[in-house]
Design a protein. Sequence first.
Length: 525
Amino acid sequence: MNRIEIYDTTLRDGSQGEGINFSLQDKLLVTKKLDELGVDYIEGGYPLSNPKDFEYFQEVRKLPLKHAKVAAFGMTRRKNCDPAADVCLKALVDSKAAVITIVGKTWDMHVTEVIGATLDENLRMIADSVGFCKAQAHVAEVLYDAEHFFDGCKANPEYALKTLRAALDAGAKTLILCDTNGGTLPEDIAVRVAKVREALPGVALGIHCHNDSDVATANSLAAIYQGAKHVQGTINGIGERCGNADLVCIIANLALKRGYDVLQPGSLCHLTELSRYVYEIANMNFRNGQPFVGTSAFAHKGGMHAHGVARVSASYEHIDPALVGNERRILISELSGQANILVKTAKYALENNKELGVKLRDMVQELENQGYEFEAAEASFDLLVKKALGVYRPKFERLAYRVNVETLAAGALTTQATVKIRVGDSEQHTVAEGDGPVNALDGALRKAIAHVYPRLAEMQLVDYKVRVVNSRAGTAARVRVVIESRDHDAVWGTVGVSENIIEASWLALADSFEYKLFKDEESRP
């Protein structure tokens, strides 16, 4: 198989995305994770950019990396400056990185209008910078990023090619063609890469695309199809403006659709884990619809789809989700057919009770018409199935509750919840304070039933979402509350709908408690 070099620039180009800021520890953790999977190059940043990036190159040398090469990134020397005296090149050399990536100007407009140099001086800047870094004893490789290559090629193809030759003749190992503005389309990428291969036969080429036209992944694949052997991007496509090419999708496509050799053997099944790890480190929400690794990537909502995938997975899935560490999900909604219901209720063996399957489908459709949504509330759906089967026995009964919110001196707020609960033959009347109504109700309910169900101590609420269902009704509109809870071995979602946000919250909260108690009961040997 042909090997494609994977060059990750999450820690440099990715960190330029709006709202993204990696700490030094974050950068070291991501470096270790990328190395574990077999990423070939990890671009750590520009050592002169800030103290954190400078310190990264000192600390990363202490990591026992098994595969990845760490690259320092920087610009060509300043115009009319000796490379040995240039502060940027000095910082790159002082980083002690074994790989240095130099970015230089390809577009003649950038040369004359942005940096104010002559075209010939720019060629010397490229050659001097690559040659200076290449001459350092500790530098094993110099890579050259041809910034704005495709725009430059369109404006002045002869000059764009001269800039590549300048870097190549000075000792650059790989020439990376950059779609810096992200405005080039796949067919144009393919044509330009083919022309470079024709002009520079046998030269190692790479591709670096931004996603401003939403085709960065397609552009990267088009370049590889034309012979590029090195691809740059970021995990999850994070980066400046609209982001960079998403290495997650590129890697999966190369390995699974074209049979290229990427990463380390056996690493592909950790791709979903890597994607979510970087999201967590960057403090970003997962992108549900992200191909291959998103939670919705293999989620089936339409009845025809669920029916088909239950019989032959390839009928509605382009790959086995397990190949990238993801999983299939069958969603329950008003669009669901009986197939969805049967898949989601497999443990209850409803395939032999089609009448009940139809009843459940109708119940779901009616509840969703009222504002319920079970896609993120599968625990509430499980309780609904128990009720339809006649096996639901409530673990507690609400008799009453009250929530008070008071304003204290200096504007401080205090929230207190009182609940009256029947558990078995006894009644419990408890009160608790909290940071807000839901927190207070959670505390009061726990007090009321924890003596009977001590394992509730394992459960905690981890997310709370509110959405107005019928906004035309204004303040009288129904609201949908979705609560996410977890214990030591599972995460589940529950839903409640009401015109009153406190009541909607109570319904979702009560379902969460009930689901936990049923789950524990069913897991007993």
